[in-house]
Design a protein around this ligand. Structure first.
Ligand SMILES: NC(=O)c1ccc[n+]([C@@H]2O[C@H](COP(=O)([O-])OP(=O)(O)OC[C@H]3O[C@@H](n4cnc5c(N)ncnc54)[C@H](O)[C@@H]3O)[C@@H](O)[C@H]2O)c1
Length: 254
């Protein structure tokens, strides 16, 4: 009988940056449920401790370490602490997120800088620091379908995510064959970042439901399977790819 690499991250040491809320936390908990050891991090110790408790309840080994992707030294500290505890890192997931809503002409340059610093340069920093220390493995960047769309009043966000896709492809080429680098491009997902905008009863929510072939926004848990796949040995020949998980939104037209 032929054996196939399994779609599992069991036994893999995984670091999820932006892993204490929304999509990142769902991925951290999903990986733990699948048997991975998981370090879920963000800037605040309380949030890190809360998610660490949920990880331990699922039987995962973890450590509590904050990280700010805007600060290279804190990424280096996270990497050092994780390697000291687990010896190696198998999977890095980048899910830190922020946004600024403004029209182009009134966009404050400081907001442009802030969004680019977290959403694009932050991914550059974490990929560079971790890839230098990983013997082999997989990096999964949470991009967005917005990389390919002109979203209303979200110019820095769209530009940052387009950059993440380009960074993903370039890093995949340079880090091959030992480290695979891929991105996930979610569509509209209900999380703390979006619940005010996409909440029940808003016009934008009605528009999303109408224009999305699957007819709704996603639950954050619906992004987890794609991350497990890309982190697993089953994706051993997939690198430099952007996997859309958007309910069909990007490819649909009138
Ligand atoms: N929710 C959606 O509809 C959606 C769609 C497509 C892509 N995304 C992307 O998914 C990722 C997660 O978004 P979410 O919706 O789960 O948001 P969220 O606000 O629930 O989670 C974002 C996480 O990033 C952390 N974070 C923010 N700034 C940070 C920094 N400087 N350093 C470290 N951590 C930081 C936050 O503390 C939080 O844990 C983001 O990159 C976002 O752009 C979200």
């Amino acid at each position: 009988m032929t054996t196939y690499p399994s779609v599992t991250v069991e036994g893999k040491t995984t670091v999820v940056i932006g892993g204490t809320s929304g999509i990142g936390e769902a991925i951290a908990l999903g990986f733990a449920d699948d048997g991975a050891d998981v370090v879920a991090t963000s800037r605040t110790p309380e949030a890190v401790a809360e998610t660490a408790e949920k990880l331990r309840e699922r039987g995962a080994r973890t450590i509590e370490q904050t990280c700010d992707v805007a600060d290279r030294s804190s990424i280096e500290e996270l990497c050092d602490t994780t390697v000291a505890e687990f010896d190696d890192v198998d999977v890095l997931v980048n899910s830190a997120g922020t946004a600024a809503r403004s029209t182009f002409l009134s966009l404050d340059e400081a907001d442009w800088e802030r969004v680019l610093d977290v959403q694009l340069t932050g991914v550059f920093r974490t990929c560079q620091v971790f890839a230098d220390r990983m013997d082999s493995g997989s990096i999964v960047n949470i991009s967005s379908m917005s990389a390919d769309l002109a979203r209303t009043r979200l110019m820095p966000y769209c530009a940052a995510k387009a950059g993440v896709n380009a960074l993903t492809r370039c890093a995949a080429k340079e880090l091959a064959p030992d480290i695979r680098v891929n991105a996930i491009a979610p569509g509209f997902v209900m999380t703390p970042l979006t619940q005010e905008t996409y909440g029940d009863g808003t016009q934008i929510r009605a528009d999303i439901d109408e224009r999305t072939p699957l007819g709704r926004v996603a639950d954050r848990e619906e992004i987890v399977g794609s991350a497990i796949y890309l982190g697993s040995d089953s994706a051993s020949f997939t690198t430099g790819e952007v996997l859309f998980v958007d309910g069909g939104f990007t490819q649909s037209a009138l």
